[in-house]
Write a protein of this length. Sequence first.
Length: 95
Amino acid sequence: MKVLRRLSKSNLTHLKEQLVELLEHFGYRVVVGQGDFKDGACLIQQTQTVAINKFTPLDLQVEFLIRLLRQLDLSKVYLLPEIRRLLEEDNVLIG
């Protein structure tokens, strides 16, 4: 199942905004700009900065954010049901 590919651009944009807000809640800074990253994004651990290449397809940007959030302890944070489902499903990602 390739859930992210089935979402419209507006739904992907909204989802990305929600994921960024969640990361910011955990103290991360998310920067979208021009970059040359292997996966279209990178995490700078020392500064808790997430850099996303603006030219990377939107579904891949969302995939990166989901993979990053899966590494955090989200047990004490309210998540919208759609976000929780995406974080819990193994086959959500497109890659």
